[in-house]
Design a protein around this ligand. Structure first.
Ligand SMILES: Cc1cn([C@H]2C[C@H](O)[C@@H](COP(=O)(O)OP(=O)(O)O[C@H]3O[C@@H](C)C(=O)[C@@H](O)[C@H]3O)O2)c(=O)[nH]c1=O
Length: 187
């Protein structure tokens, strides 16, 4: 199942699961089935896997600048996360708007986040793992971050103090951010 979200370009994908007495089987990515269903994704060249031990770990909000901009197909392999995309395409009708979705092992949901969006997430369960496919290779010289709480995202953390990397805690606020993405060039 593929569904649009309030941010045009960001899609929710829920591959079917075939359950039996052993558990379930699911095709977590099938380019042909997605294309036949109307979602023709760019080629993926790198898969990433991260695990966050503690509830309330926040990674993000990250992007890679052109010429190494990345689209990401994100899923949660264990536990649960609140996954977020923020439109940073200059001139986009939804510039600065965010969309968040719970992705969990239990719900099997995936988010397709194209180039031109910030990406980040907060973990909702201990030892949560995310697995994501990327359309370009890691390019540290193009790596960028925006401060997690400077966009107005309604993070579902309650009273929990977030756990951030030093890099993410020192990221620039969205009000100072100059986007390297142009809507016309990325849509
Ligand atoms: C992202 C990345 C990091 N690394 C290295 C750099 C560093 O030593 C270590 C940890 O990197 P980070 O702290 O940037 O990892 P992390 O904070 O998990 O970064 C990730 O966050 C999520 C939200 C994303 O969207 C990803 O694209 C990526 O930016 O891993 C790679 O070797 N390849 C990669 O593709």
């Amino acid at each position: 199942m593929i569904e649009g979200t309030p941010l045009p370009g960001v899609f929710r994908i829920v591959p079917p699961r075939f359950g039996d007495e052993r558990g379930f089987f699911s095709e977590s990515w099938n380019s042909r089935k997605l294309r036949d269903a109307g979602l023709d994704l760019p080629e993926f060249v790198q898969d990433n896997h991260s695990m966050s031990s503690q509830v309330g770990t926040v990674r993000g909000l990250h992007f890679q600048s052109p010429p190494h901009a990345q689209g990401k197909l994100v899923r949660c392999g264990r536990g649960a996360i609140f996954d977020v995309a923020v439109d940073i395409r200059r001139g986009s009708p939804t510039y600065g708007q965010w969309f968040g979705e719970e992705l969990s092992f239990a719900n099997g949901r995936q988010l397709w986040i194209p180039a031109g969006f910030l990406h980040g997430f907060a973990t909702l369960e201990p030892d949560s793992e995310i697995v994501y496919k990327c359309t370009d290779f890691y390019a540290p010289e193009c790596d960028g971050a925006v401060l997690w709480d400077s966009v107005g995202i309604d993070w579902p953390l309650g009273e929990i103090d977030p756990i951030l990397s030093e890099k993410d805690a020192a990221a620039m606020p969205f009000s100072e951010f100059e986007t390297p993405f142009d809507y016309e060039a990325t849509s």
